[in-house]
Ligand binder design. Sequence first.
Ligand code: CP
Length: 323
Amino acid sequence: MHSDTRFIWRHKDLLDVDQLNRQELFHLLDLAASFQEINTRPVKKVPTLKGKSVILFFAEASTRTKTSFDIAGKRLSADTFGLAASGSSIQKGETLKDTVLTLQAMNPDVIVLRHCSSGAPHFVAERVRCSVINAGDGWHAHPTQALLDCYSLRRIWGDAFAGKTLLILGDAAHSRVARSNVLLLSSLGVKVRLCAPRTLLPSAVANWPVEVFSDLNQAVRDVDAVMALRLQLERQQAGLLPDLREYARRYCLGLHHLQLARPGAHALHPGPVNRGLEIADDLVDDPLSLILDQVSAGVAVRMALLYLLATRNDAHTDTGERA
Ligand code: CP
């Protein structure tokens, strides 16, 4: 896979996947594939983003997204700076607007923002000159998760997305991951199924390009991959799920479910995983699980994205300089 180094990236920010056309998406995925090799070297560092500054502003908890953006930036020699709501002046009452104007005054090239409010990255992107990457906003979007999921699926499926069937299982109502994945994968011709109890389906599901199921054994039949979602208990109102054991009995994805799917079907999960609730131990630890491949893909995809955004105004470098 070779990305075109003459490709001009036109986006200042990445706020959701629907910004990207097919050419931009595959350019980003190809670039990520070329960066993936750096992650396997004994010395995992190239000078590509030397002199660039990336602020990781995570106002909500994260392990995978924050760490992988940090590693991605550092492997490209960018300087990365972490800021959490806890321990920042947000605790003294500073508003989001004043916080990001303060950060902008320090001239970063990119702000990576995770926030509990849907739309917060859009609000910030309108107010700062630097690039803004949405690292997950409320229930709304998680574009880099969808991009890394697409990267992981491409490693299994190749470029033949059209006609494949993906089942997204579980708490779609509260899942920014589900929304971004439905947008991205359906735009590539993937047939998307959702399976969840009625209370965990998005209220506007009738407008989503998906087929809805309530029975997992039916939903999983003949699919090419299954993406189990985390049950987002922290975002749920009381009463949506009266009994977690009953939920696990009906919706916990196990290795036996994949036997009903197409041969070679894999399981994905964005993490963090509630073992035994959304996905069973036997599947999490089986080679048919892509969960840790997704984490590795996250570093490569975020390297590609930081590269594209942080260098978009620079005279363009060639492959030799990147590697
Ligand atoms: N998938 C995901 O966003 O994980 P984190 O919350 O750990 O970043």
